[in-house]
Design a protein around this ligand. Structure first.
Ligand code: GFB
Length: 424
């Protein structure tokens, strides 16, 4: 039976062994060989990159748990067309290996790129479940429930004359679903695991609006959440660019900063073990945040005053600035901090590099450099800042050096002690 399981895994990878990222530890245990099934998913189009990373953790953990019962492979949804990716370059159908170390992901659960699924598994999917809320909302107390229902809103799928269902499918044309249902769901992802094992026999299942899945008892700060989070190692080519920038401009390298990486499954760090490079890092979220979180976003002048307090307290001369702010705001902010006596550094790719890295790659380089600073200050409730903080937790920074954020508009007015500044 073991041989058969191994054989079936080999078959999915076709002629190219690199197609299926499969950790040895994840091979199914002895027992009758069951055919491999595939889980595909997508997220509400409006969601940003870093919330999508959290949705990935829910789905990847679900696939990890599914593999305790029968072999499942998670098909990674290509990146593209995100609202925040505004540089104007072509950035659809981006594979995960562009942003993440896919072999590290595979140490959690078997995964494959969508383009490899197309090449080696199928040019369609058996069943799309469009996850939605229940018609009346939560009505009273929250309880877990799931039911195939009429669609509450017009979903982004339509049935063609030949019975197949057409949808967005990451911008890939000629990709269809054989069956489609709207599924009202108020449920934890482990409950979906049971649904997929017991209520479906399809070889491939696509869960759309997967952000509907809830962590439940495996939520943030549970060991399962952290295990999944650790597996999301950034792609080496992006880490290398960030490391070069640290070395060239910020006098920072892993040896002196005590931030050397090991394979994530073996990495165990205590708070305070990482020292960080001799610079402060700020994630200054602007653009749509100025409207979405009007009350919480300080003016540039106020933000510059706050960051100067940190630089002074930690006796640092250099600030690394990570921001989505337009060029004129970057210039203004830089001038304000420089006037206070500090140097400001920002990673800006050439247009040729941007073509290769894409907006997502630049954002990861920014996050990587922020993660290595001696002290980090983020933006209120930004998932971009949260992911940096998690990276620092994994590396073993002191929490006081990590969980800081800019204070809202009226809270910080000037000459106060640093202890009055805001914590995450
Ligand atoms: O990642 P994200 O969900 O974080 O969305 P929030 C913000 C996106 O803006 C990032 C870009 O994925 C980047 O593409 N961005 C933001 C940055 N800050 C930086 C930065 O410092 N450097 C670089 N290079 N890029 C939520 C969104 O954003 O904000 C919601 O998820 C909504 O859809 C809400 O827009 C207002 O949690 O900050």
């Amino acid at each position: 039976a073991f041989l058969l399981s191994t054989l079936s895994l080999h078959l999915i990878s076709g002629h190219n062994d690199g197609n299926l990222y499969q950790a040895k530890d994840n091979l199914p245990e002895f027992g009758p060989a069951k055919p491999t099934r595939y889980l595909l998913y997508d997220v509400n189009p409006g969601e940003g990159f870093n919330l999508r990373r959290d949705v990935y953790m829910r789905v990847a953990n679900m696939v990890k748990f599914l593999n305790e019962v029968e072999p499942w492979v998670l098909v990674l949804p290509p990146w593209g067309r995100l609202y925040h990716w505004q540089s104007g370059i072509q950035q659809t159908k981006q594979p995960w290996r562009h942003f993440f170390d896919v072999n590290s992901l595979a140490l959690l659960a078997p995964v494959m790129e969508f383009e490899d699924y197309l090449k080696t598994v199928a040019k369609d999917v058996d069943h799309v479940y469009y996850l939605q809320r229940f018609k009346g909302g939560w009505s009273g107390k929250w309880e877990e429930k799931m039911e195939i229902c009429e669609c509450v809103e017009q979903p982004r799928y339509r049935q063609l004359g030949n019975g197949l269902w057409e949808g967005q499918f990451f911008g890939y044309e000629n990709f269809y679903a054989k069956k489609f249902d709207c599924l009202s769901a108020q449920a934890y992802y482990v409950t979906f695991k049971d649904f997929l094992v017991n209520n479906s026999t399809d070889r491939s299942v696509f869960l759309d609006r997967a952000e509907t899945l809830i962590h439940g008892r495996y939520s943030e700060w549970s060991p399962e959440w952290w295990t999944a989070r650790r597996s999301m190692v950034f792609a080496k080519q992006l880490r290398d660019i960030g490391d070069k920038f640290r070395k060239d401009f910020l006098d920072s390298d892993d040896q002196s900063d005590k931030t050397e990486l090991e394979v994530w499954t073996q990495m165990k760090r205590k708070h305070g073990e990482a020292k960080g490079g001799p610079y402060a890092a700020l994630h200054l979220r602007r653009k749509d945040y100025l409207y979405a979180h009007k009350k919480e976003v300080p003016s540039l002048e106020n933000a510059a005053k706050q960051i100067a307090k940190y630089l002074k307290k930690y006796k640092l001369k250099k600030l690394f600035l990570s921001t989505d702010a337009p060029a004129d705001q970057v210039k203004e902010f830089k001038e304000l901090v420089e006037k206070a006596g500090y140097e400001v550094f920002k990673y800006t790719p050439t247009s040729k590099d941007l073509e290769i890295l894409k907006d997502g790659g630049v954002a990861i380089i920014d996050q990587w450099i922020c993660a290595h600073a001696q002290i980090f200050v983020g933006t209120y409730v930004s998932t971009f800042s949260f992911r940096i903080q998690e990276e620092r937790e994994i590396m073993g920074f002191n929490q006081e050096a990590t969980f800081n954020r800019l204070c809202e508009k009226n809270k910080y007015t000037g000459d106060i002690n640093i202890s009055a500044l805001c914590r995450t």
